[in-house]
Write a protein that binds this ligand. Structure first.
Ligand SMILES: Nc1ncnc2c1ncn2[C@@H]1O[C@H](COP(=O)(O)OP(=O)(O)O)[C@@H](O)[C@H]1O
Ligand SMILES: [Mg+2]
Length: 383
C-alpha cells in the first residue's frame, strides 16, 4: 500500500458537501467515488468496496441508516478504514462506532480542509502502519519457522534414512532370493514390495510435512482441522529436542474432544503448539524429572489445550516480560525471544487467550483457551 493514489468512497446526502470532499481528495491525487443515498452506496460497496482504502460515511441518509452500510463494508472488506460523519453524537452512537471498529466520528458542521482531510490522512497512515506491521510479523514468523526447521535437520536425516535403509535391504533380499532359486515366488515378492511401498509412504509423508511447514503463512486460509493431528504435527517438530533430552511425552485427550475439529489457520496454530512444546523441553533440560504433558478438554464453553512441563518454572518477576519480543533468558544462539510474542499474536488472531501457571522448581503450564465458536460442533462427542 502506498500513501498516494488511494481509493476513497464518500457517502453523503448533501451534494454540495459530498462534491467538495471528493474534489479535495482528487486534488491530493487520490481516486474518489461517491454516493448520495443508501441504495446507491450499498450497490457500489458490493461491487467495488473490496478495493477501497477508506470509507467516509454519513450516518443520516434519506433512505437508510449509515450504520447498516458498515455491515455491507465489513462483508467485502474486513480491514477497511472507516470514518463516520454525523450531525449528532451521543453515547449510543459513539459505542456503536467503537464496536464497528471505526477510526473516527466527525461531528457536523465540519471543515473539509482542517477536519476531514487531516483525520483521513491520520487514518490512512495508521492503516498503512498496521499493514506494514502485519507484513513484518508474518515475515518474522516465517523466519522463526525456518530456524526451527534448521534445528530439526538431524531428525529429518534420521527419519529419511531409516525407511531408505529398509528399501535398500529389501531390494538386497529380493536379489538374494532370486539368486538362490533362480526365481522368486509371487508371495515373497509381494511381501517385499509391500515393505518398500510402506517405506516410500513414510518418506512421502515426511516430505509433505516439511513442504507444508516451510510454506509461508501470509496467505493461509482458515480450515477445519483435527485437533489430535495438529498436536501430532507439532510434536513432530520438536522430536529432536524430545529425543536429545530424553523427555517423556504424554498426550491426554478428554474423551469428548478425542476427534474434535477446530477452525484455525493450521500452520499458524501448529506454530503455537510447537513453540510452547519447544520452550517446555528447554525448561526441563537440566531437571531430573522430564515430563511433557499435553492435555485438552472442554470447560465453561471453551476448548482448553494445555502444555505442561516439569521444568524450572518461571520466576514471578519475569512473568510479565516473557511475552515481549526479543526477551529471552537463554544463551545467545539458543533463544531469540520471539516464540511467546508470536504465540500470543496467533492465539489472539484465533479469538483465544493464553493462560500461564508456573511454580519455580515445579514446572509450568501454558494453556491455549479457544472460544466454543472455534469447535466444529458435530465433532464434539456427547454434545
Ligand atoms: N515452559 C517454560 N518454562 C520456563 N520458562 C519459560 C517457559 N516458556 C518460556 N519461558 C521463558 O520465557 C522466555 C521467552 O520465551 P520465548 O519467547 O519462547 O523465547 P526463547 O524461547 O527464544 O527464549 C524464555 O527465554 C524463558 O525464560
Ligand atoms: Mg521459545
Amino acid at each position: 500500500m502506498d500513501l498516494e493514489n488511494l481509493n476513497i468512497f464518500v457517502v453523503e446526502d448533501d451534494n454540495e458537501v459530498r462534491e467538495l470532499i471528493v474534489k479535495e481528495f482528487r486534488s491530493l491525487s487520490h481516486q474518489a467515488n461517491s454516493a448520495n443515498n443508501f441504495y446507491d452506496a450499498k450497490k457500489w460497496i458490493k461491487n467495488f468496496g473490496k478495493d477501497s482504502d477508506l470509507f467516509l460515511i454519513d450516518l443520516q441518509l434519506p433512505d437508510g441508516d449509515g450504520f447498516a452500510l458498515l455491515n455491507e463494508i465489513r462483508e467485502v472488506n474486513k480491514e477497511a478504514s472507516i470514518i463516520l460523519m454525523t450531525g449528532f453524537i451521543n453515547n449510543k452512537i459513539l459505542n456503536k462506532a467503537i464496536k464497528n471498529n471505526c477510526y473516527d466520528l466527525i461531528e457536523k458542521p465540519f471543515s473539509i480542509k482542517s477536519d476531514i482531510i487531516p483525520i483521513a490522512k491520520r487514518c490512512l497512515n495508521a492503516a498503512f502502519l498496521k499493514k506494514e506491521n502485519d507484513r513484518l510479523n508474518s515475515k518474522l514468523l516465517h523466519n522463526s519457522k525456518l530456524a526451527a526447521l534448521g534445528e530439526l535437520s538431524a531428525t529429518i536425516v534420521h527419519d529419511v534414512r531409516s525407511p531408505l535403509t529398509t528399501i535398500q535391504l529389501t531390494c538386497e533380499d529380493i536379489k538374494d532370493e532370486f539368486k538362490k532359486e533362480n526365481e522368486i515366488s509371487e508371495d515373497v515378492l509381494f511381501t517385499h514390495l509391500a515393505q518398500i511401498n510402506k517405506a516410500c509412504q513414510r518418506i512421502n509423508k515426511l516430505v509433505d510435512h516439511l513442504r507444508n511447514y516451510a510454506r509461508s503463512d501470509s496467505g493461509e486460509k482458515e480450515e477445519n482441522k483435527n485437533l489430535l493431528e495438529l498436536i501430532e504435527n507439532s510434536l513432530f517438530l520438536v522430536k529432536q529436542k524430545i529425543r536429545n533430552h530424553n523427555i517423556k511425552v504424554e498426550v491426554d485427550l478428554e474423551e469428548k474432544v478425542s476427534s474434535v475439529e477446530i477452525v484455525c489457520f493450521p500452520n499458524k496454530f501448529e506454530q503455537v503448539l510447537m513453540n510452547l512444546m519447544s520452550n517446555a523441553c528447554d525448561a526441563m533440560k537440566d531437571c531430573p524429572v522430564k515430563k511433557l504433558k499435553i492435555g485438552t478438554y472442554v470447560k465453561d464453553n471453551s476448548l482448553l489445550i494445555s502444555i505442561s512441563d516439569s521444568g524450572t518454572g518461571i520466576p514471578e518477576n519475569i512473568k510479565s516480560k516473557i511475552f515481549d519480543s526479543f526477551y529471552t533468558t537463554k544463551p545467545k544462539g539458543e533463544g531469540t525471544g520471539l516464540g511467546l510474542s508470536i504465540v500470543k499474536n496467533i492465539v489472539k488472531e484465533h479469538s483465544g487467550e493464553l493462560l500461564l501457571e508456573s511454580t519455580v522448581g515445579k514446572g509450568t503450564t501454558f494453556t491455549v483457551k479457544l472460544p466454543r465458536s472455534k469447535i466444529i460442533s458435530s465433532t464434539l462427542k456427547g454434545d
